[in-house]
Design a protein around this ligand. Sequence first.
Ligand code: HEC
Ligand code: HEC
Length: 413
Amino acid sequence: MTPVKMLCLLGLLVPFAHGQATHRVGLADNRDGYDSTEYKTQSEAILEQSGQRLPLAEQASVPQLGLPRIAAPLRSEEVDLGRQLFFDRRLSANANLSCAMCHVPEQGFTQNELATPVGDEGRGGRRNAPSLYNLAFQSTLFWDGRENSLEAQVWSPLLARNEMANPSKTAVLSRLTAIPAYQSIFTKLYDEGLTTATLGRALATYQRALISGNSSFDRWYFEPLKKSENLADFGDKAAQGFAIFQEQGCHSCHTFTKEYALFTDGQFHNTGTGLLREERGIMPRQVQVAPGIFVTPRVDVETETFIDKGRQEVTGRSEDRWRYRTPSLRNVALTAPYMHDGSIQSLQDVVKFYVQGGGHDPNQDQRIRPLDITAEEQEALVEFLKTLTASNVDALVADARSTEIGDRDHTAY
Ligand code: HEC
Ligand code: HEC
């Protein structure tokens, strides 16, 4: 038995001794006591992750309640290849970081633990990792909308020094080409084999397949004939919250139509978060990189500063300063912390932020102004936001975890 196999078995035996199930989907570490260097990990068990594979490409071709139809059918072999790459740590310079480590399936394909993720060698970034659900319907990418193609987008994390830190596109391609399994699958799927474009295509296709609608809101709102059936599930409190959502104008940016509800207009607005961040002082935050090990990143190595001008960085126009893309509210209960900088911890606090009139930036969108709603109405608003969690979230997590960690046998590259 190889040492790694033995470790895997040990990883499985430890939780068993504590009376927990051996088969699990998700993170093996419970992280109790993670702030101490004495912390003992159980994460070797992650090597044995298992889950239930779904026919994602096939499922994507059937529109889900509350969502539009995808633009083009997905190829199932590309979804499978993309899923494999998404979990493969060998995509990063030090073979230590996969896409899934900042976009954690169990955490709404974002990261609940860190306001702003930590990349290669503990280098920090300045923005919160967005969820990857329903990207198929998004016309611009990133908080500032600087990218609009998922295929091209992947090169941003692959090359960013505070993310996966690869020195060049060629370095990534030659590393993957040296792995026989990838070499053969890319050659089989694409005439041109493994290239910058096909690597982007595979990852994009998997991400496009992460479609998640059919929430209890969708069943209530889009299936009026079954309203009484779906009413109990949605609840009076949520219905009250949805009414407030419209009365208070939330839906003018987090939009929906009679046919579907993306809960984003895809536009860029200043809600006052940029000013608040500046007022707090744009201080790098302390971040934890390992049990009991904390670092304070001095600068964001990409921009040499933590200053973030939002959309202005893309357009160069001063009126776009601190405008950020409206995030979709689908699955929002799973994706804390909130806003482009992860500065708000809970949905209750986001609602409070709006009730107080946002960040009181004189240049903020005029629709962001103090709201005259009671504490009970605020609770109802939160209750409504919680009904936007899709019914297939657990299934998509289990599907994600049906992938073997790419480097499970620690093959060198
Ligand atoms: C170190 C953490 C980290 C890693 C690793 C990482 N990401 Fe991200 N991702 C982020 C952050 C932070 C953002 C937001 C950046 C911004 O808006 O400027 C982001 C944004 C995105 C977006 C845009 C989503 C949207 O709604 O606009 C996509 C798509 C994405 N990442 C996919 C990937 C893929 C694919 C990989 C692996 C090749 C990856 N990410 C690796 C942290 C990470
Ligand atoms: C003028 C457009 C606009 C209006 C009106 C608006 N929002 Fe937002 N919302 C945004 C933008 C832009 C962000 C992201 C701000 C940032 O990151 O700094 C956001 C962020 C959020 C978030 C956090 C989502 C996440 O993933 O981080 C929630 C929740 C939210 N809004 C709910 C509401 C509610 C509830 C209302 C009504 C009380 C409302 N919004 C009104 C534009 C708007």
